[in-house]
Design a protein around this ligand. Structure first.
Ligand SMILES: Cc1cc2nc3c(=O)[nH]c(=O)nc-3n(C[C@H](O)[C@H](O)[C@H](O)COP(=O)(O)O)c2cc1C
Length: 401
């Protein structure tokens, strides 16, 4: 099969975008509202809700809106229209990896709850088509090997030029042998980075799950964990994340894998510095989408101190997630020093509404909005977003970046 040119790929993107507009799902919130209508209440609330009073969940979203943009004008941004020179591309992981647009799919458990038939397989097809990195949750409802097989098939048969990659997210379980086996499996099937989620040292209080008596429907479970642990029923519930996990355990993880390590769930600048000292390749500024510690700081407000703390450390990328629902949100995160963002719920909404096509549309919407935001801010490249001093923060102080 002939390799599609960039021009053809962009046309594809435009076509997909037009299809979407004809169904009047114009933005991420439209997908959210449609998913709410489509999903059973118990599933919708499991996806949507945060912990305790859900203040962090809401603040993640609102904090982006409090930051205002101060665009630059009379800059030739026409290259964004002549497609070839579109520069939403960005380099991560010490320039070993190219992203076609600085947005990836966050790890989220149990995609089969959103789309019973295909689950993570639909998501990975969309990720490859949209040239996006998919972070697969260790609690995925499809085995990591099957997701990797589908990834390879899509690259080979349909999208040989895709910049998509698979990364695996792991909770370190109390059973270290199990954790090690999972890492080895990820390496064997070609995952390119390992994300260790560190903000779940205790189960949080999600009251809607209690009220709804949340349980998994027959046939849906944390598929990666079933064989490994000889658990037959609800592996998802039975595995215990290690509350004793500490910085020294990172050295153990490092000793058993050569994959780049990324810590997810960093909010404190001291922890960002410690992560850099331990030589990890990336951190994700995250509060787990408001699902863990309620009233923790929202992520976009946490980002500047973290970027400052790690300084010009080119060895460690800073990523961010939580509340991203518009292209302008991505632009703001990059202006504040993030290399890329991750989106969690928007992908689940796309998946619930329209399977693979829904996830593609969600990614296309954000990509298109991001491109327009770049143009309207007078940015020719991602680097311009960082250096153009575009933000007015909520306290009216200009960003010092
Ligand atoms: C339903 C759901 C399941 C999640 N499962 C995981 C998981 O298994 N591992 C993990 O590290 N984070 C998990 N997260 C957190 C996401 O990776 C991400 O931090 C969060 O969703 C980002 O916020 P957003 O949904 O506002 O984009 C989950 C989030 C949701 C909504």
């Amino acid at each position: 099969m002939q390799t599609p040119t960039i021009m053809q790929e962009i046309k594809e993107e435009e076509k997909r975008f037009e299809k979407k507009t004809s169904r009047a799902l114009l933005n991420i919130e439209d997908y959210h509202q449609q998913a709410k209508k489509t999903l059973p209440k118990m599933t919708y609330e499991f996806f949507r809700n945060g912990s305790d009073d859900q203040l962090t969940l809401i603040d993640n979203e609102q904090a982006f809106r409090r930051i205002k943009l101060r665009p630059k004008v009379l800059i030739d941004v026409s290259s964004h229209l002549t497609i070839d020179s579109i520069s939403c591309k960005t380099q991560i992981l010490n320039s070993t990896t190219t992203m076609s647009f600085p947005c990836m799919i966050a790890p989220a458990a149990l995609h089969c709850l959103a789309n019973r038939e295909h689950g993570e397989l639909a998501t990975v097809r969309a990720a490859v088509a949209c040239s996006t990195i998919m972070c697969v949750s260790i609690n995925s409802s499809t085995r990591m090997e099957l997701i990797a097989d589908e990834y390879r098939r899509q690259i080979k048969e349909n999208y040989p030029q895709s910049h998509s990659q698979l990364w695996l997210q792991l909770y370190v379980f109390r059973n270290r042998q199990l954790s090690q086996k999972l890492i080895e499996r990820a390496e064997r099937c070609g995952y390119k980075a390992l994300i260790i989620t560190v903000d779940r040292s205790a189960g949080s209080n999600r009251e809607s799950d209690v009220r709804n008596d949340f349980s998994l429907p027959d046939g849906i479970d944390a598929a990666n964990l079933i064989d490994e642990n000889n658990i037959t029923a609800s592996a998802f519930r039975k595995l215990i994340v290690d509350s004793a996990l500490s910085w020294k355990d990172l050295d153990w993880i490092r000793s058993i894998t050569s994959l780049p390590l990324i810590l997810k769930g960093i909010l404190h600048p001291d922890d960002a510095r410690e992560a850099a000292r331990h030589g990890v390749q990336g951190i994700i500024v995250s509060n787990h989408g408001g699902r863990q510690l309620d009233t923790s700081q929202n992520t976009i407000d946490a980002l500047p101190d973290i970027v400052k703390a790690v300084g010009d450390n080119n060895q460690m990328d800073v990523y961010i997630d939580g509340g991203i629902g518009r292209g302008t949100d991505i632009l703001k995160a990059i202006a504040l020093g993030a290399k890329a963002v991750l989106i969690g719920r928007p992908v689940l909404w796309g998946l619930a509404v329209d399977g693979e096509r829904g996830v593609r549309n969600v990614l296309d919407i954000l990509r298109k909005e991001f491109r327009v935001a770049m143009m309207l801010c007078g940015c020719q490249t991602i680097e311009d977003i960082r250096k153009n001093n575009l933000l007015v923060m909520n306290n009216n102080n200009m960003s010092k970046l």
